[in-house]
Design a protein around this ligand. Structure first.
Ligand code: LRH
Length: 480
């Protein structure tokens, strides 16, 4: 065959999607079949993912898609479900913004020093890394009966196929993989009391994950055997695989959504002390590449303000933000102080006054403060990634939801003095679909995947403009 229809299940922190991609020679055309909210639930025990509602969304989407040639699943990283010895889920997976890990890192570093953790795993310090979550969970009754851990996309694939595996790009975000070999770091896990037999065997993008179970086929009303193909199951890894660059481009990427993941694709990790102190991460990318990047809070800041205001008119807010004075006050958009949900407008205003800047008052001012701050954090991450890796960048690719945020794209170009190529919005779904297509022999290597995206998706270019000195001055206001 020279064409196929593949279904991408792409679960983000604020919404899930089932998107189909028709792949033919040199082209890929997407259709969004089903989009559903991902609303976490706050229970007595803490903040949890409503995983059953997500799985229902997945099934509804696949059913609406009709029979496809293959299915692939990607989602946000680090989180997992625990199964008992019967393979049954023990409880709702814990949300990475839950506060249970707040005091865990310091405790872990007493056993395994932070320097050693980084030198081995290359993973940034973030309180939500699976490693810290597992140490926090050691205090729970469930820990003693858990016999298997499946990361979120692997859990969905398991429910679809009955087969268990641990996909390697996402596995890197556990902070339990060796950054150079992508194999489990036994010497990190053991002293912390983490048993690596909890994890199912590693598998790589392109591997067959299984075949839809008869009961699933019946629920979908599908007749034929359909494979589930392992994709780069960390959504950011799928998105990076689909960045529309040519073979010779020197590019940085910004994968946007709830987060902005800002960095470079490298062939080997950067494990220096300077890199650790700058809190850059070396996550596993497709085909042995390294995603060298920093987590910037991203549009989470705005989403949380909108939730606080009870305002869902993002277009109106962006229009107001474009009309108010820029760079009036900025915050450090990489600060984990903004990780937890709640009272975001107030927390932002307080961060401004704590650094001697005027508090933003109107919704337009607060929105502008967030966008200016994100642009500044994008620029800083790209500058530092170049310094720390010794690599040079001459174009920024912005993919994911914010690629359609014209103000943020322009501000990012202005702040960094580099052109920004925006699009595609559904980069993670494209990476998911095209890695499945590659497994079916319809596409070649990753450069060809990227060319195919560039040739068939609308892109928009923003040239840097304005006064860079104003950005330098703003940066100094928050640099301590
Ligand atoms: C983005 C993302 C990001 C992780 C975070 C937990 O969806 O996967 O790459 O750091 O969620």
């Amino acid at each position: 065959t020279d064409s196929a229809v593949l279904a991408a299940v792409d679960l983000g922190a604020s919404s899930g999607r089932v998107i189909t991609g028709r792949v033919t020679a040199g082209r890929v055309d997407l259709a969004e079949i089903h989009r559903f909210a991902n609303r976490p639930v706050r229970l007595l025990e803490g903040l949890r993912w409503d995983i059953h509602s997500l799985y229902t969304g997945v099934l509804d989407g696949l059913k609406a898609a009709g029979e496809v040639d293959s299915v692939g699943v990607d989602s946000w990283a680090v989180d997992y479900g625990l199964l008992d010895a019967d393979g049954h889920l023990l409880s709702a997976p814990v949300h990475y913004r839950d506060t249970r890990t707040d005091d865990v890192p310091e405790q872990v570093w007493q056993t395994v020093p932070a320097e050693q953790l980084y030198a081995r795993t290359g993973i940034q310090h973030a309180p939500f890394n699976t490693l810290y979550q597992l140490v926090a969970a050691q205090r729970t009754a469930q820990a003693s009966i858990a016999s298997r851990l499946l990361l979120i996309p692997d859990l969905i694939s398991y429910w679809l196929t009955g087969e268990q595996g641990t996909e390697v790009t996402n596995a890197s975000t556990t902070q339990l993989l060796d950054a150079s070999t992508a194999t489990w770091a036994e010497d990190i896990a053991r002293p912390l009391g983490i048993g690596l037999t909890l994890f199912a065997p590693l598998r790589a993008p392109g591997d067959k994950a299984g075949t839809l179970l008869p009961d699933v086929l019946q629920q979908l009303n599908w007749q034929r055997q359909v494979p589930v193909t392992t994709v780069a199951s960390h959504d950011t890894a799928s998105a990076v695989a689909a960045v529309p660059v040519g073979r010779k481009d020197h590019f940085a990427y910004i994968c946007t959504g709830t987060w902005s993941l800002v960095g470079l694709e490298l062939s080997a990790p950067v494990l220096t002390e300077a890199s650790r102190l700058a809190n850059f991460t070396n996550e596993a990318g497709i085909d042995g590449t390294v995603r060298y990047l920093r987590n910037v809070m991203g549009l989470w800041l705005l989403q949380e303000c909108m939730r606080d205001w009870g305002d869902d008119d993002v277009v109106g807010l962006l229009r107001e933000a474009a009309s108010v004075k820029g760079l009036r006050s900025v915050i450090d958009a990489s600060d984990t102080a903004f990780l937890a949900p709640g009272l975001m407008p107030r927390r932002i205003a307080q961060a401004c006054s704590a650094t001697g800047q005027p508090e933003p008052v109107t919704r337009g001012q607060i929105t502008r403060c967030i966008l200016d701050s994100l642009a500044l954090a994008h620029r800083r991450a790209i500058e530092q990634a170049q310094e720390l890796s010794g690599r040079h960048v001459d174009v920024i690719h912005m993919v994911g939801g914010a690629a359609r945020n014209r103000l943020l794209c322009q501000l990012t170009a202005d702040a960094s003095g580099l052109p920004v190529v925006a699009g595609p919005v559904e980069a993670a779904a494209l990476g998911n679909v095209l890695v499945q297509a590659r497994a079916l022999g319809l596409v070649g290597d990753v450069p060809q995947i990227r060319q195919q995206v560039a040739d068939s998706q609308p892109l928009h270019r923003y040239e840097p403009s304005g006064d860079r000195a104003a950005w330098d001055a703003a940066a100094r206001r928050i640099s301590g």
